[in-house]
Design a protein around this ligand. Structure first.
Ligand code: URA
Length: 206
């Protein structure tokens, strides 16, 4: 998948706001793939464009499609709960987006073509927000950025250098955590909490 190169120039909050609002207009008009004709709302982003952390999920589900806001359904509520349990404020500390901006019917995994159609929008979001850390939430986000065949369970929790300056870490998707309730040491929920703490420690020092 093609991603635009990371640019180094500093953007003020005002410039970011204007650029994101222009980009959102383009996304709302986009008809590059068939998902545009089946979705209700384009789901552009949520959170703080000046946050140090950008979280990238997979694609909107039914609740996100209805509201136009990412991660507000069951999985999103669990994500928000995990973020707050480790001391993050979702609205302040994160800018949250998805790999694709339209809901795939029946919540299927987006196709390579659908991801490609959205990849310039995602790149532009990264270039405008200029996060210090990218959290790749789940396998779809991870695969979109990596040419290697990583398994999320092998790579989660490790820092990966994606764009030189930006650190990235993959974490389990909250939908997976909804199916795995254990809080035991080494369980997916336990590991996710530890990954989020590692991210928090990093941004507090950088
Ligand atoms: N799952 C995602 O990956 N993104 C959302 O916005 C909701 C559920």
């Amino acid at each position: 998948m093609r991603y635009l190169k990371w640019k180094e120039e500093f953007l003020s909050p005002e410039v970011k706001e204007k650029a994101l609002s222009e980009l959102k207009k383009v996304v709302v008009q986009c008809k590059a793939c068939d998902l545009a004709s089946t979705c209700t709302n384009k789901v552009f982003a949520d959170g703080n464009p000046n946050a140090k952390i950008m979280l990238i999920g997979e694609a909107p589900g039914a609740d996100e499609d209805a509201s136009g806001v990412p991660f507000v359904g069951r999985a999103g509520k669990l994500l928000t709960q995990f973020l707050s349990e480790v001391g993050f404020d979702r609205k302040k500390d994160f800018y949250i987006v998805n790999t694709v901006k339209c809901r795939p019917p029946n919540n299927r995994v987006p196709s390579d073509f659908e991801k490609k159609c959205c990849s310039d929008y995602l790149s532009a979001q990264i270039n405008i927000v200029q996060p210090k850390v990218i959290v790749l939430c789940g396998a779809t986000a991870l695969k979109s950025f990596s040419t290697k065949e990583y398994k999320i369970s092998d790579i989660r929790g490790q820092w990966i250098d994606l764009f030189g300056e930006i650190k990235a870490m993959a974490i389990f998707h909250p939908s997976y955590l909804l199916r795995n309730h254990s809080l035991d040491e080494g369980s997916p929920r336990d590991l996710t909490k530890k990954d989020l703490i590692r991210i928090k420690n990093f941004v507090e020092k950088n």
